[in-house]
Design a protein around this ligand. Structure first.
Ligand SMILES: [Zn+2]
Length: 455
């Protein structure tokens, strides 16, 4: 199973003290007649040696260095030199390397192997700094790789197997609750979502103890391994990409891996809420009334509003059993959030100003940006149900991201610091961007690791 943790990039990126290779990249921020726009390259060839100047542009942001790294990675993939070296020039080396490592990733395991082997690319920089950035980006690329796996490969059961192997490799404690145990415990919401699937729901708890004892930061991840909508079936156009409905939980795996490898001080616990939402004779139905782990009853209006159901039991479990210092949840929760913020920012609902400002600052720094959603009680109004404590969906389009967030908030105990990240827009995009090929981005890994290190 080792190969599922060692995610190979399209070419290797190595740390080096010396600048060498068939191709040498020189990063520059000096504008010339030929280097006018960010990403422009001038290629010079002499005696079998190629030198390439890469213009980073004049934007005063960290992200220009990541974009430059992405540009170099794209060139490497397209031209496939035997070896290459990188002179970082005036760049922020850390961020240039982030762009390279994220840019070098692609999901290629089901494709014919390329005829030529590219690289490696040697980067002239300090070894300790290189190793640290590589740990974080490798963890993020693993989150992306796992997110790309189709539902025929990752379902709640195979995900539990992965989690067990993962816990062994990274030295974590792992507890897996199957649907029987969840039902007995009273977690009727997460159980209902998975009951139409051949592989019923699981809750996976992964604990990284930290190097300084204390209460853990608990990360709750949505892992709908495939979302067909259930009996409230999605349309033909709405169903492809629904393997990505597990991206929140994949980010949690990535964060735990980075936390363990970096030996972070803060204890971090992941709660993975895994279910496959399928239509079947055994499926849960609209009008069903579920009893969640909290004791609150939920009337089902749409079986396609299932993420909040698996999460509400995960959030309750965390508060009942894990004594969290604070809770962050990660979920591709609402199309409404994607409509509101596109792929640029994740929506964040938060009950604690200090937690929010910390996450916000880390978002700006890492370019995994967030924006705050309101928590007015008014947004709970449309979830009032005549027959149960609340409904799982309002059935209306208004304020979809806020209403879904408030549904989750109603399971958070008073005084518990909690942040909800709706990553429906940022977790994957099918156009790709400067340092992401189309598909999963691993959003949340760099953001959270940066925030955890500052705690
Ligand atoms: Zn759904």
């Amino acid at each position: 199973m080792e190969e599922i943790f060692d995610i190979a990039n399209a070419f290797d990126i190595l740390q080096s003290e010396k600048l060498e290779g068939d191709v040498i990249f020189h990063v520059t921020d000096e504008k010339t007649a030929l280097l006018k726009n960010a990403g422009d390259m001038v290629v010079r060839t002499a005696d079998g040696q190629t030198a390439i100047d890469v213009y980073a542009g004049d934007e005063k942001t960290r992200d220009r260095w990541r974009k430059t790294g992405g540009k170099i990675a794209a060139w490497m993939k397209a031209h496939c030199p035997k070896s290459a070296g990188l002179d970082c020039g005036p760049a922020d080396r850390r961020e240039l390397l982030v762009g390279l490592l994220l840019g070098a990733y692609e999901f290629s395991k089901y494709k014919e192997a390329p005829k030529e082997v590219c690289g490696p690319l040697s980067v002239c920089m300090d070894k300790a700094e290189f190793d640290e950035v590589k740990i974080i980006c490798d963890a993020q690329n693993m989150a992306r790789e796992w997110a790309h796996e189709p539902a025929s490969v990752i379902n709640p059961w195979t995900l539990s197997d992965r989690a067990e192997a993962f816990a062994q490799v990274y030295g974590l404690n792992c507890t897996i609750l199957d649907d029987e145990q969840l039902r007995e415990m009273g977690a009727g919401a997460i159980v209902a979502v998975g009951q139409g699937s051949k592989t019923p729901s699981r809750m996976i708890i992964l604990e990284y103890p930290g190097t300084k004892p204390g209460k853990p930061v608990v990360l709750v991840g949505k892992a709908i391994t495939f979302d067909s909508g259930g009996l409230s079936l999605k349309t033909v156009a709405g169903m492809p990409t629904m393997k990505y409905d597990k991206c929140g939980a994949m980010a949690v795996f990535g964060i735990l891996r980075a936390a363990a490898c970096l030996k972070l001080e803060t204890p971090v616990t992941g709660v993975i809420c895994a279910a496959e939402n399928m239509p079947d004779g055994g499926s849960y139905r609209p009008d069903d009334i579920l009893t969640s782990l909290s004791g609150k009853t939920i009337e089902i209006r749409s079986t396609d509003a299932e993420g909040r159901l698996v999460l509400c039991d995960g959030l309750t479990y965390a508060q009942q059993h894990l004594d969290p210092r604070c809770i962050i949840d990660y979920a591709t929760l609402t199309g409404a959030c994607r409509v509101a913020f596109g792929t640029t920012r994740a929506g964040c609902m938060c009950t604690d100003d200090a937690v929010f400002s910390g996450l916000f600052a880390s978002g700006e720094k890492t370019q995994e940006r967030i924006w705050r959603l309101p928590t007015d009680e008014d947004y709970l109004e449309p979830l009032k149900s005549p027959d149960a404590d609340l409904k799982n969906s309002s059935g209306a389009r208004e304020a979809g991201a806020c209403v879904a967030g408030m549904f989750l908030k109603s399971f958070i105990h008073d005084g518990m610091p909690w942040a909800h990240l709706d990553i429906a827009g940022t977790a994957y995009h099918m156009e790709g961007s400067a340092y992401y090929v189309p598909g999963a981005t691993g959003f949340g890994v760099r953001l959270t690791v940066d925030w955890l290190r500052g705690l």
